[in-house]
Design a protein around this ligand. Structure first.
Ligand code: BGC
Length: 758
């Protein structure tokens, strides 16, 4: 049952259109077996995004109808050249569909997805996806391999950067936003692109955060935590899905009938196409479930995998598998229908070519404005302390005349774009150095820049110059962090989560000068910032902010923009806490009320669920993020103290669609500047048939308030927010107790209790 019982049960409505399906079937009837298989084959032309296959020319294959889609073509001339072959030389003139990893912008590069998630602003994310769709489609790309909606709770996993973090609720909201942005009002609009929800399923839970590793989890956790964002994307109309590299409970996702057919097709009524991940059909051999490409292709197609990205197994073996009777032709027909439906829905049969002479891309003020807004909304103020009797360090004020800017990420345009920079041009990116220099010099001040060290080096050759720069300055801004291409994203898992290279030593050396330091962290994941949290007054988590990085950061540093972002993922104190996330189970021996700040000394403190050497809590919790103002919350009130179960469940199997109760608070800006607060609602369930997490995000709203202004914020709660998965994998509500917490982070203290009664 859908978590959003209110969603109409007609996902991908454009694909079920009668006239469209008539065209699909008419074409299918004309196709030879080889032509059918051709539609299920995708190859990469251009820069490979995985282990290469050595193939270079596809012209002859396209002319023979052996290729249905190409990825990594990002040039309108090349796209048209391939398309001319398909349309003019292939027997049935079936157009190719061009796909690309457009992840956080195409040419206008926005913050990386984990940064965008920190905005808690789905409307903004939808706008970024819309702009990406317009730019990509102008180059002939009508299919983007996004959104990546894998819930990720282990910061060691490099791909945590590509998604929306640890919360299914936030993840689902972002998933819908991306899909609506990419696909627009109709897929057939020339500037709409098909979204591809990936990586299905549960890729974010790879054991120990090691990329491509196995996933082993209960069906309850799969359905409670990992599936909701994929389902939200499908319900929002996503027309394609990408299967994941991992195995799930010992079955590789590429050939898993449970996820690909039972859940996706039968439970969620998905009518679009499923593409494998890069070379993943062939990798069924590596997984050990296939002995060769023949069994690999057979297992994948029978499980429900429609298109083979890059491995060549379908291309080589599928027709023979049908001829020998190992795969029914009806299975191939169904997969081909799914591919053709998407192509017809996109309108590429009628408009196969792209305008090669369109105006070349310009990072116009309008594009920069959206990129800057997105960056400003994604940068999280982790802490902002004051020295003894001093005001808070941020925002910097006009009396700061000289700034020392230190660190290997202060002046790298390339790094600002983050991983999966698509067609972003590093030359369009504004670094922190460029922005600070411009701004400070305009006010008669000075920026002394010193790189200090490289991201990954043992050499301390630059330390002295950096220390000298610090000594001459009123304040030091340090730009430290990870190397985006090698340390984040795919194949970027790390066992250590500290600042790489000798950046930690550089930080300590600069702090030792006694100058006030603002640390700006650029990273694709939560890092362990325990030392910094104790010794550095102000810390900003910038992620990789995209093309307007420096401009956005300068606005925040000087207080022109008041930060509003909140963490979509928990920051650990030590790597050994990973996977670390808010929605943990309470256990029978919870450590609540126990002083965890020192090693256990007596029975009470020892025999509880804890580490002996580090507190259980995160350094910075989920939902945390400071502002330059303060917000005050009135006590939480509820529209009822008990609700009859019948208001939430129609029958034992069906949730109701109307909200059953409302939770309300009044938020007031008690500080001196205007600010935006992300008001968050969490619930805890007690007394259910299954153990429920200590807190789960089930609502958020952005509220902008002038100093002194207050606003009442109400959250309607119904089946969607209050239901959970029981031990029989059903989404239900039971007669249980709910505690509702509302506040500005997951540590919100304001709460109220209500009961669901039989
Ligand atoms: C990644 C996918 C990506 C695909 C195509 C794979 O290696 O896992 O996320 O969409 O390559 O580039």
């Amino acid at each position: 049952m859908s978590k959003n019982a209110s969603d109409t049960p007609a996902p991908n409505a454009q694909l079920t259109d009668k006239a469209l399906n008539k065209r699909v079937n008419a074409l299918l009837a004309k196709m030879t077996l080889e032509e059918k298989v051709g539609q299920l084959v995708q190859f990469s032309s251009g820069t490979p995004t995985g282990p290469g296959t050595g193939r270079e020319s596809y012209d002859a294959m396209i002319a023979d109808g052996e290729v249905g889609s190409l990825l990594n073509v990002a040039d309108p001339k090349k796209a048209n050249a391939f398309q001319h072959i398909a349309m003019e030389k292939s027997r049935l003139h079936i157009p190719l569909m061009f796909g690309l990893d457009v992840i956080h912008g195409y040419k206008t590069i926005f913050p990386v997805p984990l940064g965008l998630a920190s905005s808690f602003d789905p409307a903004l994310v939808q706008q970024t996806a819309r702009m990406a769709a317009q730019e990509a489609s102008a180059d002939g790309i009508r299919w983007v391999f996004s959104p990546m909606v894998d819930i990720a709770r282990d910061a060691r996993w490099g791909r945590i950067i590509e998604g929306s973090g640890e919360s299914p609720f936030l993840g689902a909201a972002m998933a819908r936003a991306y899909v609506h942005g990419y696909q627009g009002t109709s897929l057939s609009n020339p500037d709409s692109v098909a979204a591809c929800v990936k990586h299905f399923a549960a890729y974010g839970a790879v054991i120990a955060g090691r990329d491509y590793n196995a996933v082993d989890m209960s069906d309850l956790t799969l359905r409670q935590v990992y599936l909701p964002p994929y389902q939200a994307a499908v319900d929002a109309g996503a027309t394609t899905v990408m299967s994941s590299f991992n195995s799930l409970n010992s079955v590789p996702a590429t050939a898993d009938p449970y996820t690909l057919t039972d859940i996706l097709r039968k439970e969620w009524n998905f009518d679009g196409l499923v593409v494998s991940d890069w070379n993943a059909v062939g990798e069924l051999i590596g997984h050990g479930v296939a002995l060769n490409n023949t069994t690999a292709a057979q297992k994948a197609i029978v499980a429900g995998l429609d298109m083979d990205m890059e491995s060549g197994a379908y291309h080589e073996r599928l027709a023979a598998l049908v001829r020998t009777g190992a795969v029914p032709e009806s299975t191939i027909d169904e997969a081909v229908r799914r591919v053709l439906r998407v192509k017809f829905a996109l309108g590429i049969f009628d408009h196969p070519y792209v305008d090669e002479n369109a105006k070349p891309y310009q990072p116009t003020p309008e594009k920069r404005a959206l990129a800057r807004k997105a960056a400003e909304e994604s940068i999280v103020l982790l802490q902002n302390n004051a020295g003894e009797g001093q005001p808070k360090l941020l925002p910097l004020t006009a009396h700061v005349r000289t700034i020392a800017l230190i660190g290997p990420l202060a002046d790298s345009q390339y790094e600002m774009l983050g991983s999966w920079g698509a067609q972003g041009n590093p030359a369009d990116a504004i670094t922190l150095r460029a922005a600070l220099e411009q701004r400070v010099q305009a006010h008669g001040g000075k920026v002394i820049y010193a790189e200090g060290t490289r991201i990954l080096t043992a050499s301390q050759a630059g330390f002295d110059a950096a220390k000298q720069a610090a000594q001459q300055a009123d304040v030091v801004v340090m730009a430290l962090g990870e190397d985006a291409p090698t340390m984040t994203g795919e194949a970027g898992s790390r066992a250590h989560l500290d600042l790489p290279g000798n950046q930690q030593q550089l930080l300590q050396a600069i702090v030792a000068t006694g100058k006030p330091v603002v640390l700006v962290v650029f990273s694709g994941r939560p890092l362990v910032l325990d030392w910094a949290s104790e010794h550095v007054p102000a810390i900003l988590e910038a992620w990789y902010p995209g093309m307007e990085a420096g401009a956005a950061l300068a606005n925040i540093l000087f207080g022109d923009t008041n930060p509003s972002a909140k963490l979509p993922v928990s920051f650990p104190r030590a790597v050994g806490q990973e996977p670390l996330y808010l929605a943990q189970f309470p256990t029978g021996r919870p450590a609540t009320g126990v002083d965890l700040s020192h090693p256990p000394t007596n029975g009470v403190e020892k025999y509880v669920s804890r580490y002996i050497d580090v507190p259980n809590s995160p350094l910075y919790p989920f939902g945390h993020g400071l502002s330059y103002t303060q917000f005050d919350y009135s006590p939480v009130t509820l529209s009822a103290t008990s609700i009859p179960l019948a208001k939430l469940m129609n029958t034992p199997n069906q949730g109701t669609t109307q909200p059953a109760i409302e939770a309300t608070t009044t938020v007031r800006n008690t500080g001196a500047v205007t600010g935006t607060e992300i008001v968050q609602l969490y619930i805890r369930i007690r007394g259910a048939s299954v153990e429920e997490p200590v807190r789960v995000l089930e609502g958020f709203q952005r509220v902008t308030l002038q100093p002194g202004e207050s606003k009442q914020v109400t959250f309607p709660l119904g089946f969607s927010e209050l239901s959970f998965i029981n031990a029989r994998s059903q989404r239900v509500v039971e007669p249980v107790d709910y505690t509702v917490f509302i506040g500005g982070s997951s540590q919100a203290t304001g709460s109220a209790v209500f009961h669901v009664v039989p």
